[in-house]
Design a protein around this ligand. Sequence first.
Ligand SMILES: Cc1cc2nc3c(=O)[nH]c(=O)nc-3n(C[C@H](O)[C@H](O)[C@H](O)COP(=O)(O)O)c2cc1C
Length: 209
Amino acid sequence: MAGLHNEFTKRTLKVEDMNPDPRHQFSRWLDDYIQLNLNDGIAVSLSTIDREGFPSSRTVYMRDCDEKGFIFYTNYNSNKGEEIKANNKASLLFFWPELERQVRVWGFVEKVEKEISDAYFQERSKGSQAGAWISNQSAEIATRETLENMHRAFLRNVGDKLIPRPDFWGGYRLVPIRFEFWQGRPSRLHDRFLYSSRGESWQIARLAP
Ligand SMILES: Cc1cc2nc3c(=O)[nH]c(=O)nc-3n(C[C@H](O)[C@H](O)[C@H](O)COP(=O)(O)O)c2cc1C
């Protein structure tokens, strides 16, 4: 892998370019990423702490973000759901290699309002809705066939009826308290800015790369 060494040359980041509100700064970077038209969801690495104290990371799709925080959907009884129930401190990591950018976000996770989860669930395909019902996410299963049989049987039973959202599936919102924006630069002299929440405002610090 020796030849895979990257030099980052595309962009720079100056303190005067940074929006005083990291949520607005994030929206700007998200727009830049969406403009690339990669036609993919906004994947993000979500880290929680497991019951043995280990950090535990997995990818989820961020489905929305606003003034309040970052929303993703999952099974509330999954490992991540259990981990969030026991400790709602979590972090998100966005890596956008095409832009040579990384954003880290730390915060507290809460369940989104039921109506928000209901609305999102109804936007999904019947196949995905059935998948949410029949998959006891993170539990051990015997075979793939068991899963597919359950999925088929569920869809057969439901017919044309509307599939309601199961109570154990829905959205979480990570409410941010800290952000770090990273822009790759040549010679490993990257630009890094850390935002820490100070009541209503945010303090910005440049960090050594
Ligand atoms: C690109 C990508 C997107 C994913 N999006 C989601 C998602 O939005 N929600 C989800 O529950 N799992 C998603 N997954 C699967 C998770 O990474 C993970 O396997 C699953 O949620 C179980 O995690 P857990 O056992 O730690 O709870 C995604 C995986 C990938 C690779």
